[in-house]
Design a protein around this ligand. Structure first.
Ligand code: GP9
Ligand code: MN
Length: 677
């Protein structure tokens, strides 16, 4: 027996269905209104600093909702309403998942995250703390749409037919025409609302956001939530399907042979007396933001800019011809090159685009050798996709902004002094041996320091970007002094290898500022030196092997160097670098930069913008003058090989294939077969 209450609910639902059927597009309008409201609430709940929903954002979201749903107009009433209910449920689910994910990871869910769900495991444990009662409001409409959907599926057809008994239906062709025309109009409106506004942002305030691609939230800030997911799908499809080139068996074989030759160089160095000389030591590595070489050992206004670093140089192995090898991925590239010893990709960042791929990064190797591995960076964990990449690099723990107390606000976030202090609180309690990687931030562009920390007397550089840069470096140097004192106090100074290197240049484009500081005019190769050289400093227990090493090196050599000192063989690993601190420096070593420049310490090749090798310039570094191209010509091919093999390996996830032995014997090309005579 159907109760009176059930009958009246069914009657109401049937009236609603008939009403929606008669008024045609009202269901779509209701859907658009509800979704817009949910997206507004979503942005409020996220509550990201400087990212409040503006009216332009609302217009973009509106356009995206229309694009998401325009096709439902093609369907008859029941199908359309059911599809809109399904679209509502899917979008609400995505919003909610993003909201929970953001509260934990300060990022949005992207396809690479979904492909690496193990990362999300850590979220499971703390899910309870991420839920809020107010979130329920996102699901309020489900109380109506779910029963309505069930009613339509069960009874809707019959009730509609009954209600329309007396009405003559319009001819099929007319209905089809109206639907196609209406959906085309909605599609056109949606497209213009989204793309005119996004393109305008790309031209103006969001210039470079889609090229740099450094943070999902920066993309979301331009495209809105639905647009972000649309873009994310496009980005993934383009990278993995549209732009993907298949690697032939022969290419796989060539790449493996080429990279294994680097392993053979490292293996040859294992006979060296320094191989394993520091076996079992802790490793504390500091990546210094925008920390270049040119201001070391320099004073301004009678004061040394980096007194602590200069003093440490005397007690350490300091590499004075060391190059950063970063590209658009900036800090993340430095992290990747130094820890994983591969070239960065030319466009974007490996951290963002290839995070799930297989690499032989230092933390995972050290973890396999019973080290505790931790990484510290007091900024949002989603920036540069660190949450995901660090999971793949097998760090035990990533301490991001949310783990620190911001008791000293400088620049983007926490000042480096407090950052070191709080990181050392963790490190000193850590199981030994450990590998701890610390990434500083206070000397980040645009170098705004609180007045109390502007301690240098800058003279004519006062009020300039260069002046601000030097003030921030002076502060970071003082923070390094405190770090060293603390390491000594914790008894870590003589059982830890302390490594420091600069991540990349300081982005100051005005060369007159450099010339004012250096007190001389700078030619092209001097400028390249300033731009590309950063310090590498390795402090060993008891100040052993201290001295200035003038052999060339680059960030790709950091991991092989540390492994060499620890006596962990990397002969079978897929790394491009070679150890720098050895009895005998490797002869003919060449450092290849991502823009195609290279140097062996005596020549420096600068590629030309047209990409034609012969149009590049070859500099003699000793005489500081341009020399004949013949001095560089032979190495151009080697440099290009390094870049293209590295790209091929990263972009096609070849290390996984190498390890699974996909190539070699099975695919050995006939031309390399040995012939018995
Ligand atoms: C922020 C920091 C800055 O987390 O890594 O990165 P950068 O802008 O130097 O690449
Ligand atoms: Mn940086």
């Amino acid at each position: 027996m159907v109760s009176i209450k059930q009958a009246s609910i069914r009657h109401m639902l049937s009236l609603l269905l008939v009403w929606l059927e008669r008024l045609k597009a009202v269901d779509l309008m209701l859907f658009v209104g509800v979704m817009l409201l949910k997206l507004y609430l979503f942005s409020e709940f996220l509550h990201i600093a400087n990212m409040k929903m503006t009216h332009i954002d609302a217009v973009i979201e509106l356009g995206a909702i229309l694009l998401y749903s325009f096709w439902t107009i093609w369907l008859p009433t029941r199908g359309r309403i059911l599809s809109l209910i399904a679209l509502n449920m899917i979008a609400t689910f995505v919003l909610y998942a993003d909201l929970i994910y953001y509260r934990y990871f300060q990022d949005l869910i992207s396809i690479p995250v979904l492909l690496q769900l193990s990362q999300v495991d850590s979220l499971g444990e703390s899910i309870g703390t991420l839920l809020r009662a107010k979130d329920f409001i996102l699901f309020l409409d489900w109380l109506l749409i779910i029963p309505f959907g069930i009613y339509i599926m069960r009874r809707g057809r019959g009730d509609l037919r009954h209600a329309n008994k007396q009405r003559a239906a319009a001819p099929v062709w007319r209905r089809a025409l109206v639907r196609i025309a209406l959906s085309a109009v909605v599609f056109f409106i949606g497209t213009s609302l989204v793309f005119t506004n996004v393109n305008e942002a790309k031209r103006t305030w969001a210039l470079g956001v889609f090229d740099g691609n450094w943070w999902n939230l920066s993309i979301y800030n331009v495209t809105g939530e639905l647009g972000f997911h649309g873009y994310d799908v496009y980005r993934y499809v383009k990278q993995h399907w549209l732009d993907a080139e298949t690697v032939t068996a022969e290419q796989l074989y060539e790449a493996q042979k080429w990279v294994e030759a680097r392993g053979a160089l490292r293996q040859a160095a294992e006979h060296d007396s320094l191989f394993g000389a520091y076996e079992g030591s802790n490793v504390l590595m500091v990546q210094l933001e925008a920390f270049q070489n040119f201001m070391l050992h320099k004073s301004i206004g009678g004061e040394e800019i980096t007194p602590h670093f200069n003093k440490l140089i005397e007690q350490s192995a300091y590499f004075s011809q060391f190059y950063h090898q970063t590209a658009q991925g900036r800090t993340s590239d430095a992290d990747f090159t130094a820890n994983c010893s591969m070239q960065p990709v030319a466009n974007g960042s490996v951290f963002i685009q290839y995070a799930p791929n297989e690499f032989d990064c230092m933390p995972s190797t050290l973890k396999d050798n019973d080290y505790a591995t931790t990484v510290f960076h007091s900024y949002e964990g989603g920036f540069w996709n660190r949450n995901i990449m660090y999971g793949n690099m097998k760090y035990d723990q990533f301490y991001s902004l949310k783990h620190f107390t911001v008791d000293e606000k400088i620049g983007w976030a926490l000042g480096d002094k407090s950052f070191f202090r709080q990181s050392l609180d963790v490190i000193s309690d850590q199981q030994q041996p450990f590998y701890s990687f610390l990434i500083t931030l206070s000397s980040h562009y645009p170098y705004t320091m609180p007045a109390a920390e502007q301690k240098l007397n800058l003279g004519e550089l006062d009020g300039t970007l260069m002046g601000d840069y030097l003030q921030s470096i002076h502060y970071v140097d003082a923070a390094l002094g405190e770090l060293i004192d603390r390491m000594k106090a914790e008894g870590l100074w003589n059982n830890t290898i302390l490594v420091m290197y600069g991540d990349h240049d300081n982005s100051i484009k005005d060369w007159t500022l450099f010339e004012t500081f250096m007190g001389k005019k700078l030619n092209d190769v001097e400028r390249q030196r300033i731009l590309k050289q950063v310090p590498l400093l390795i402090h060993l227990p008891n100040n052993e092997h201290a001295g200035t090493y003038t052999e060339v090196g680059g960030q790709l050599d950091v991991t092989p160097t540390i492994m060499h000192l620890l006596g962990i063989s990397t002969a079978d690993q897929y790394l491009l670098g070679t150890p720098l601190l050895t009895d005998q420096p490797l002869s003919g070593k060449m450092i290849v930069l991502r823009n195609g420049a290279f140097t062996d310490g005596s020549i420096y090749y600068m590629p030309s913008n047209d990409g034609i090798a012969a149009n590049g310039r070859c500099w003699n570094m000793e005489s500081n003058s341009i020399t004949d191209m013949s001095a560089c010509a032979d190495a151009v091919l080697d440099a290009n090989n390094e870049l293209s093999f590295s790209d091929q390996i990263i972009m096609n996830n070849l290390i996984k294939d190498f390890k699974n032995n996909v190539s070699i014997e099975a695919s050995r090309p006939s031309k390399v077969e040995t012939v018995e005579r």
